[in-house]
Design a protein around this ligand. Structure first.
Ligand SMILES: C[S@@+](CC[C@H](N)C(=O)[O-])C[C@H]1O[C@@H](n2cnc3c(N)ncnc32)[C@H](O)[C@@H]1O
Length: 310
């Protein structure tokens, strides 16, 4: 199989100027992915700490990022010693919800800038064995972290009709109720185990409604969000970040879904009102026309940035 192309990093062109990267700036990239944002910071002379929950993502990032930046890699479950003070790139395999605890264990310094680029990478979505894509027929898995116990197929097998309908609504799926009804009916005779089975059901219920996006997009997104506890993770992550950010440091979050963006906006607004953070831009930053031409996938991306003032 041909190698899946490197993930297109949203807002990569703007990152250096937005954050003011320079020598000795310390950047925390909470979502390494294929390493695009991390590499921007390394190329600008920053010291970088990168997290990813997915072993495969880390392997790929280390391959994509030039060899001269060879990282020190830690597993969040196996940390016994502090990190060396003079590191240039540290990679941590672990869930970013543990960032506060891991910073303490590794005795890492406070950082000048933090970025979280939420959701899966294109590699994860397009990978033939991960179960994220309706374009490939594969087991409905969708776990970013293989240590998680519940797959998308498990959710479709055990949730009741009301729960399934609520789940699909998280992806703003207008056909959530009829879809939940049909799935509960159909699964008795024929458990839904593959991406194609699910995509076919959605296609039938929505009568293949043509639109800008594939009819199964919202259902697949909602399942992915629940399997990976994405909303819960954002809510647990955000309150930890000011404790590891220096005064005048910047916090940026890129979200691709209105529900996620709402969580980020509410958190930042509460901290701005409390006088702890300040607005950097009045409105969220959206992709430029040229970025959209290269990567239409980024059409729903929103970048919110705030500055720590207290
Ligand atoms: C959109 S991609 C990031 C792409 C990256 N900025 C780049 O330029 O290539 C998101 C990455 O975050 C990781 N991720 C998602 N949730 C995570 C979590 N809770 N903790 C750590 N990493 C997470 C995913 O495995 C994925 O590799």
């Amino acid at each position: 199989m041909t190698k899946i192309e490197r993930h297109f990093s949203a807002f990569k062109g703007e990152l250096k100027d937005l954050f003011g990267f320079k020598n000795d700036y310390t950047f925390l990239d909470l979502t390494l992915g294929d390493g695009g944002h991390t590499q921007e910071a390394l190329d600008a002379g920053c010291k970088v700490i990168s997290f990813d929950i997915d072993h495969e993502a880390i392997k790929r990032a280390v391959e994509f990022v030039p060899e001269k930046y060879s990282p020190l890699v830690f597993d969040s479950e196996l940390i016994s010693l502090p990190a060396p003070k003079d590191f240039s790139w540290i990679v941590i395999r672990g869930n970013f919800v543990k960032v506060g605890e891991i910073f303490k264990k590794l005795q890492l310094p406070k950082v000048d800038g933090i970025m979280a680029d939420l959701g899966p990478s294109q590699y994860q979505v397009l990978s033939p064995d991960r179960g994220f894509s309706f374009a490939i027929d594969e087991p409905l898995d969708m776990r970013l972290d293989k240590n998680l116990g519940v797959t998308a197929a498990d959710l479709l097998a055990v949730l009741n009709e009301g729960e399934l309908s609520e789940l699909f609504m998280l992806g703003d799926e207008p056909f959530a109720k009829p879809l939940a009804r049909i799935i509960v009916k159909q699964r008795q005779a024929n458990p839904i185990k593959t991406t194609k089975q699910l995509a076919d059901i959605v296609y039938k219920v929505k009568k293949g409604r043509p639109g800008k996006i594939h009819p199964a997009t919202q259902v697949f997104m909602a399942l992915r969000m629940v399997v990976n506890l994405e909303r819960e993770n954002i809510s647990l992550l955000l309150p930890q970040l000011q404790g590891i950010l220096k005064k005048d440091g910047l916090l940026g979050v890129i979200s691709f879904h209105s529900g996620e963006d709402k969580l980020v906006k509410e958190y930042l607004t509460s901290q701005i009102e409390a006088g702890l953070l300040a607005e950097v831009t009045k409105k969220p930053i959206v992709p430029s026309k040229s970025e959209l031409l290269i990567s239409p996938r980024t059409r729903s991306a929103k970048l919110r940035i705030a500055k720590k003032i207290n």
